[in-house]
Design a protein around this ligand. Sequence first.
Ligand code: ADP
Length: 792
Amino acid sequence: MAPIVPPLSGRKRRIAVMTSGGDSPGMNGAIRAVIRMAIEVGCESYAVLEGYEGLVQGGDLIKRMDWEDVRGWQSEGGTLIGTARCLAFYERAGRLKGAKNMILNGIDALIICGGDGSLTGADKFRTEWPSLIGELVKTGELTQEQIDPFKQLNIVGLVGSIDNDMSGTDATIGCFSALANICEMIDKVEATAASHSRAFVVEVMGRHCGWLALMAGVATGADFVFIPEKPRSENWRDEMCKVIARHREIGKRKTIVIVAEGAHDMQGNKISSEMLRELLADKKGLALDTRITVLGHVQRGGTACAYDRYLATLQGVEAVRAVLDATPDTPTPFIAINENKITRKPLVQAVLDTQAVAKAIENQDFERAMSLRDTEFSDFHQAYLTTTTADLDDARRLPDKKRMRIGIIHVGAPAGGVNAATRAAVAYCLTRGHTPIAIHNGFAGFARHHDDKPLGAVREFDWLEVDGWASKGGSEIGMNRELPGDSGMELIASLFSKYKFDGLFIIGGFEGFHALSQLREAREKYSSLCIPMTLLPATISNNVPGTEYSLGSDTCLNELVAYCDKIKQSASASRRRVFVIETQGGRSGYVATLAGLAVGAVAVYTPEEGINIQMLAADITHLKEVFQQDSGQSRAGRLILVNEKASTVYTAKLIADMIKVEANGRFESRDSIPGHVQQGGVPSPMDRTRAVRLAIKCIEHLESYEDRGDGAILSDSHSATVIGIKGAQVVFSPMKEVEEIETDWKNRRPLNEFWTPLKEVVDVLSGRPKDIPRPESPLMGWRAKDKKRGLL
Ligand code: ADP
């Protein structure tokens, strides 16, 4: 008997997607990406509903999916194809039924988005596959001919989990959304804590993984954090009370203690919220008015943040590509992200490592538990310790002669995370005994304050003031775009000498980069400038050479995504409407493209590509077709994102008007400009936590130059650097090299922007026709490569 549903020809597959285990924000984005990408490459798409239960029961729970079925899914929370715990799948009998149902539907690839449990089940399924299908023949459930075409089962894992507990990947789909929920709640609790001078114990999720608790602690500047991987010392009670007493002594009015639900002491005894409350409220000790807040399921709730949406989308796309590349010898992969790079890794090893962490915690081998977590995790742990015990830890203080006077200056326009970076830098300086000095209002303030024009000020940071900056937006010390050369380098150099700076830490955008370039060049002439200097890129445009990520860009994307969601929804009453939204970003299309990826824009116009009349005409024709075919099942509007500098002629308003005329009453169009909303109010947790980690690395880097003479500084290319995330690494790149090789000075952006190929993903997933005429750049990235390889 021939197979009931024969497999597709050649390398084409019938790909099913499934969500399993706990739901997490972003899962719907992954499902959408898998389904559409599979269709794009000529495969057929299916969804297995209700997790493994759907696989075991089969029938209507395995459903063919079309392009239109997943329209607008990125904006929905949870999982729209359902998830369930499935006891039957733990047993071979259940997996046997699953195998039969796969073959009956002709499905030869399964992409599973779930936690480590779900992925363990997936790996077991693939390992057992030959014996499962053998048994199905033996028992007469299927014939040999039916199973023959299905000898190879392809499985790819996507990690969907709010806990971020999977080894081998820096982030799981959903963890940053959960972190955002937690931080939002803590920010609210903080306000009431400060008003009443209260303490709050906040309990967050995480049985074996303290990522949420630790990151929330770093992002909010909590006083104390308890995580499962690293219990505090034997006398954690005294330790906590000492830290909090010190914070109160210097004038802090609020106390926040974050405890992961799986926190325990060195002997493995649970540390509960109630124990902590009693300790903080103890009349003989701190005697604080203390409340407990258990965050519970709100942590899972809501729609996904921008990062989870584009992570889910890019990983979904990569999962389909991994299915196409798989051979019988490829070990089951899962899709990971390391810093900024999406990678494929063997699933078995990651599952084993993840289970090893839980085992190490159980065996109270905490060194091993920490070592099994990623380096980023221990970086954050160290960063958290540094920022909460800023001036308490005598052991880390440097001897007098190694201490430095470090100037800190903000240059450019405000971006989320600038204050958090400053706070962390100050905390690190104080821990080591350095003197952190605030230069107010950028180089303009620096140049003018001494001239009886009190525009700025130069003064030592005060910890109590800075301690409250972890979650503050804007720039507390003021910033502007002026360059040192604008005031005259002679004057700036004399001020460096006057304040005896031993190092300079600049936080800012392209102007910060330009400022550092000027200072570096002027070093030959001025001895006072022969000090180590480093730039931490911070700008919503994410256009600083030397890095793929700038502080503030994540906050901006979140604002833009929230704005687009609202606008899209507003169309639901009138139904047929296109919104043309103008985004910021200077001459870099990063923000427009990534937001387009996160909201599913029908087109994104960037300065890199430009806009011409042929392209607009083709897009408008496409829109007409889309609306013609739309029988009204999807009420949400369509979005086009236009970067503010994509064209000097075709503005958002003009494009919207052109569409209106061409639509001839069949649909409407409007332009919309979110403007400065994109700078964001409260910075996102990603911007805040990365700010802390990168700022500390910057000061550590400056510190490594103590005591160097002018000659040594001049001859060392790393004495003027920009810190950045490049691919899977955090690196300090020498300014001279970046200026000369990586910078497009005219357009104020990096020469090779890492995200350029992502534009094609936006186009593919929104169904934009392949033959849209493009003014400047030919097809780039993977679509071009795929064409060459005959996959498209
Ligand atoms: P998570 O994937 O979020 O870690 P669970 O551990 O509850 O969640 O796993 C979800 C589902 O995956 C389970 O209900 C079960 O159907 C399946 N599963 C988990 N572990 C295994 C396993 N060791 N063998 C087979 N199936 C498993």
